[in-house]
Design a protein around this ligand. Structure first.
Ligand code: 5GP
Ligand code: ZN
Length: 112
């Protein structure tokens, strides 16, 4: 498996850990687009939201819960943005499902 995010979740590539549990790992984005920019990933290799199936429903809810929990701990009380890029048209560059949690400044819309 040559997936960079699988390697990060396994600790084979260093990252700044923010949160972890049995199913989920969260770490600082290497190229932050906001003062707070954290990636939340399942430990299971899922290529993107395009590939999820019925048995991923609980996991997807958990990933969203983790994002909200991290936002609380980071005291993003003024708000934040969660983004999931899926596939080529979605602008996804790393083919392992991930949520972006971004905050610490007003986020513009649309993102482009
Ligand atoms: P995407 O464009 O696929 O939605 O987002 C991929 C994100 O992963 C980008 O924001 C990029 O900065 C981040 N990223 C890519 N490679 C690495 C890495 O090796 N370490 C970390 N921490 N982030 C990465
Ligand atoms: Zn992976």
């Amino acid at each position: 498996m040559s997936c960079i995010f699988c390697k990060i979740a396994a600790g084979e590539i260093p990252s700044k850990a923010i949160y972890q549990d049995d199913s989920t790992y969260a770490f600082a984005d290497i190229s932050p687009k906001a003062p707070v920019h954290i990636l939340i990933i399942p430990r299971e290799h899922i290529t993107s939201l395009i590939e999820v199936s019925d048995h991923h429903r609980d996991l997807l809810g958990h990933l969203m819960w983790v994002a909200a929990e991290i936002a609380r701990k980071q005291q993003l009380n003024n708000g934040y943005r969660i983004v999931v890029n899926a596939g080529e048209d979605g602008g996804q560059t790393v083919e392992h499902l991930h949520l972006h949690l971004m905050g610490g400044r007003p986020m513009t819309w649309p993102p482009g």
